[in-house]
Design a protein around this ligand. Structure first.
Ligand code: SF4
Ligand code: SF4
Length: 78
């Protein structure tokens, strides 16, 4: 019997994500600032899509609330 806990994390749809649309002036992803756990980062720089360190994602969904393009969704794996 598999006793692994259910894991949830945030997932970015890179077909939708566009930092230049969310913040035309600075290219900063609003979801990065929303994540108090600091697990979303624009590692490739401003105006580049962020990535989520899913292993450390707490599943709080603050990023989803602050993503104006609805590019982030909840991913559940069992
Ligand atoms: S807020 Fe959403 S759509 Fe905008 S850059 Fe961040 S993840 Fe992408
Ligand atoms: S769900 Fe919470 S912890 Fe995970 S990336 Fe979004 S804001 Fe950060």
């Amino acid at each position: 019997m598999n006793m692994q806990p259910k894991k949830v994390f945030a997932l970015i749809d890179y077909k939708i994500c566009n930092p230049g649309e969310c913040d035309p002036e600075n290219g900063i992803c609003p979801a990065v600032a929303a994540c108090t756990h600091k697990v979303i980062k624009q590692i490739d720089g401003l105006f580049e899509a962020p990535m989520i360190f899913q292993d450390m994602c707490m599943g709080c969904w603050d990023c989803i609330e602050d993503c104006p393009l609805d590019a982030i969704s909840q991913k559940h794996i069992t």
